[in-house]
Design a protein around this ligand. Structure first.
Ligand code: ADP
Ligand code: MG
Length: 860
């Protein structure tokens, strides 16, 4: 290997010559196109019609105003969506496409954009190929070329592999012959930008919800319209009134506000090392009820160190040192002196077998460690260094064939030429190696006993065997069993705490691993994922249950949290079973074989570090640090996003309903209309300009993790939302109507009464924006400055409204005039009653909720 590849100097020159290995980017939605797309909405058409109608009726001021509303709405929407998209774009760049190449004689992993013609590339299953490659050597190599040809069946490749295609099986090496737009796929790049444009379910639900609200609103408006008409008002005025009411009461800003809430969640998640590939996954992660997690690398640190060796002759060795450092001596158990090859030939045989059946690369320069490959393989190379075995590729016996490690085989092997003999070296799971070896019953019993001891202590156990090749067709028979090694892979420091958090949040956590059941159980117990008396279920037991039917299988899955010796395809079956049982499942995965499970799960989570390209492409989320606790942080963020969406909806719907109520009451009591169309539009602009979107920026309230996960089917309009909307809309609408009626009754002019009513509504809606900050918690218990945008929006809205009443021309157009400070304070006090009402309801709800949850606990 060391003879191939470029030096970094050569690569640098070539990169300047050929440029980065990128395809032309798909065209982005420009600011202008986004702006135009804002006008593609039914509400906007209504406004446009009204605008034209006003022009025809020569109501120029109204026309200008409607136009201003249109423009402003569209502008705010564009800015919001543009920045959300910008954020999403920059985040998606954080999931790079990687390639393995040889540079300066060592295999390294680099960003595929850095590939240059002449690079020596190493390919293995799960890779998305980064450039066009002339293959130099292949081993069971198969490629899915559907990205290029549309043909999705994997085909064996021996001569050439193309950029953009996927390695589904085996290994290969080769030389880059074309990069960037010179690749086959670069030639047809235009065709490849198949952006899927289907709307995510959350958005669909919200749009349907908005539509229903809109229809209900229109119905009420028609009612008001009819009643006013009967009372003989001017037709054009009523028409305008209807339009104004529709604009105010229909929550047309909702989808944009939700996009913003999701984008903010996405940004916050990226800080927790969770990269979101699809915007709505932000919210889905928040509703998870079940996390099915990998063990190695996710719950553990994935730094394997061999700590103990057991030989079939009964000898035990202890290996000192940690990680990849070659320092650390091998002692015979109970002896202080390091061993030598003359004293323990079987030990050296085992060590050699471990470095022959190996695909990793480990070398030390004066100051650098060059490590590349699987953790298990690296651990064996480290052992080789500690045993002073010849580690240079040129010093090792030449390899004739490699049986690469595949997780469904659970072993890897190599055939080498040693002293004119072909020798088979195998390492892998104990159960897999036993049938390959010549062993008597007593020896088997000893092996089982030793395996059990190692696994019980949380070690990953691997067996080693070797022998000469007798039948080239079936090399794995009549081998000599050499011994066992115990590898430690420490739990991640924060994993135990994260599992605890999940339990607090009533999220079930399961471990799914290919490892030995006893090892898996021991680690799960350390994690407190299961109790002392809990059990583990194996892949074999799962397939037996499956033969007895779906019900048996589901029962087995439901009763366990630790799944060991699981085949990759069983991961998908477990996912399906959990979904059948009503769980909302987040599933982690890293390999090619995990892709189906990731796709089937509600939230597929791929590993950013050790994951393959295929897994990353099938997942909704990518963990940049592979760390389980990041998932939990992501869940909290997801719940915050969902809560914030509810807050936005609450504000928009209840204020809209209040405005409608004000009008219905006025019409029913035969009073003049309480607000002119222009005034409603103004109210809508001033109070809904930024406040609703600002709620999307609310930080978490701190209790998110304690809430049980909500049911995915739970409607946004649940009991709590309904009570709160009814209560606040009734209060605002009735009090505003009361003020209007009272003012008229006390002899105020219609204009003065409207002036007061409008001011009260502006105050109400701003107070209500603050009420919306929490559904359950008292506003007084929340930090005041945690959402500066909202406060700023409120202050600006008030200032604009008061300012406008002093500006000649504008004030007469709007029909408003300055009011005295006393009046303003009285109105403010009136508006603050809404705060009291809302607080009382929150308290009532909290009390009820506390009694409910204690009742829950008593039931348990
Ligand atoms: P996990 O689900 O924890 O990642 P794996 O699928 O990686 O588990 O490993 C399952 C089993 O396969 C291990 O217990 C071990 O016996 C065997 N194994 C893992 N890695 C290797 C390897 N590089 N070479 C040989 N055998 C391996
Ligand atoms: Mg693994």
């Amino acid at each position: 290997m060391a003879l191939h590849g470029l030096t970094s100097q050569q690569a640098h020159t070539l990169l300047q010559q050929h440029g980065e290995n990128c395809l032309p980017k798909p065209p982005k939605l420009s600011f202008f196109r986004l702006f135009v797309s804002q006008f593609k909405s039914a509400f906007i058409y209504v406004l446009l019609v009204a605008f034209v109608a006003c022009l025809l009726l020569s109501q120029f001021i109204n026309a200008i105003f409607i136009f201003a509303v249109l423009l402003l709405n569209a502008l705010i929407g564009t800015v919001q969506e543009y920045s959300a998209q910008q954020a999403a774009d920059s985040l998606s760049k954080m999931v790079p496409q990687l390639s393995r190449v040889i540079r300066d004689g060592h295999p390294i992993t680099l960003d595929s954009t850095q590939l240059v013609p002449g690079d020596w590339v190493l390919l293995s299953n799960g890779d998305r190929i980064g450039a066009d490659i002339r293959l130099e050597s292949v081993n069971q190599f198969k490629v899915d070329e559907s990205a290029l040809t549309g043909e999705s069946l994997p085909i064996a490749k021996t001569d050439q592999a193309f950029a953009g295609t996927l390695v589904t099986h085996g290994r290969a090496e080769g030389i880059v012959i074309a990069t960037g737009e010179h690749t086959q796929i670069g030639q047809i790049a235009e065709m490849v930008h198949h952006g899927s444009d289907t709307k995510p379910p959350l958005m669909q639900r919200i749009e349907r919800f908005t539509l229903i609200i809109a229809l209900a609103t229109l119905l009420i408006i028609a009612l008001i319209f009819g009643l006013t008409l009967i009372r003989g008002a001017d037709l054009s005025q009523i028409f305008l009134l209807g339009v104004a009411l529709a604009v105010s009461a229909i929550p047309e800003g909702l989808p944009a506000a939700i996009t913003v809430a999701l984008a903010i969640g996405m940004k916050r998640m990226s800080k927790a090392n969770v990269i979101v590939r699809k915007l709505v996954a932000v919210e889905s992660l928040g509703s998870c009820t079940y996390i099915a997690s990998d063990k190695t690398g996710t719950l553990t640190v994935n730094e394997m160190t061999i700590g103990h060796i057991w030989l079939l002759n009964g000898d035990k060795y202890h290996v000192a040192g940690t990680g990849l450092s070659p320092d650390g001596l091998v002692h015979k158990h109970g002896h202080g002196v390091p061993v030598s090859s003359a004293q323990a030939p079987e030990l050296y045989q085992l060590g050699l077998t471990g470095i022959l059946a190996n695909e990793a690369h480990l070398a030390f320069d004066q100051d650098a460690v060059h490590a590349d490959g699987d953790g298990v393989d690296l651990a064996f190379l480290t052992l080789g260094y500690k045993l002073n075995l010849p580690m240079d590729a040129t010093a090792l016996p030449p390899q004739e064939q490699l049986f690469a490690y595949e997780s469904e085989n659970q072993f890897s092997a190599s055939i080498n030429q040693i002293d004119k003999q072909q020798v088979v070296s195998v390492k892998g799971a104990v159960e897999k190696l036993l049938p390959m070896c010549v062993l008597n019953e007593e020896q088997k019993a000893q092996i089982h006993q030793e395996t059990h001891w190692m696994a019980q202590h949380g070690y990953r156990v691997l067996a080693l065997a070797s022998g000469s090749l007798n039948h080239p067709d079936c090399p794995f028979q009549h081998l000599t069993f050499l011994g066992l090694v115990a590898m430690s892979d420490p739990l991640r420091e924060d994993a135990i705490a994260a599992v605890g958090l999940c339990q607090k949040a009533k999220i079930k956590v399961a471990m799914i691993t290919g490892d030995h059941p006893i090892t898996a159980l021991a680690l799960s117990q350390q994690l407190k994922l299961v109790g002392e008396h809990d059990d583990v279920v194996t892949g074999d037991q799962l397939s037996q249950a499956q033969q007895q039917g779906v019900a048996e299988f589901d029962k087995l899955v439901a009763a366990h949290r630790v799944f060991a010796r699981v085949q990759p395809k069983q991961k998908m079956e477990i996912t399906q079973s959990l979904i059948r049982q009503g769980e909302f499942v987040a599933m982690t995965g890293d390999g090619v074989n995990d892709a189906p499970a990731l796709k089937h799960a509600h939230v597929g989570i791929a590993m950013g570090l050790k994951g393959t390209d295929v897994a990353r492409e099938s997942a909704e989320l990518v963990l940049t640090d592979d760390n389980f606790s990041s998932i939990v942080k992501g869940i909290i963020e997801g719940r915050i996003v969902y809560n914030n969406i509810r807050k936005v909806i609450y504000l928009l719907i209840s204020t809209g309903a209040a405005e409608l109520l004000l009008f219905i009451l006025s019409v029913l009591f035969a009073l003049p209309i309480p607000l002119f169309p222009l005034q409603i539009l103004w109210l809508n602009l001033v109070t809904n300009g930024v406040q609703d979107v600002a709620l999307a920026f609310e930080p978490g309230e701190g209790h998110e993790i304690e809430q049980p996960p909500r049911k995915p089917s739970e409607p946004i309009f649940d009991r709590l939302m309904l009570e709160r909307v009814l209560m606040s809309a009734l209060w605002m609408g009735m009090v505003a109507f009361g003020l209007f009626a009272l003012a008229l009754n006390m002899g105020a002019t219609e204009e003065a009464a409207r002036n007061l009513t409008l001011m009260l509504m502006v105050l109400f809606e701003n107070v209500h924006a603050l009420n919306s900050r929490s559904e359950r918690n008292s506003l007084l218990a929340m930090p005041w400055l945690s959402n500066p945008l909202l406060l700023l929006g409120i202050v600006i809205a008030q200032s604009i409204h008061i300012g406008a009443s002093y500006i000649p021309g504008l004030n007469s157009t709007l029909g408003i005039s300055p009011i005295s400070l006393t009046h303003w304070l009285m109105l403010l006090a009136t508006a603050l009653t809404l705060f009291v009402v809302d607080e009382l309801h929150k308290r009532h709800w909290r009390q009820q909720h506390v009694t409910e949850s204690t009742a829950d606990r008593q039931q348990e």
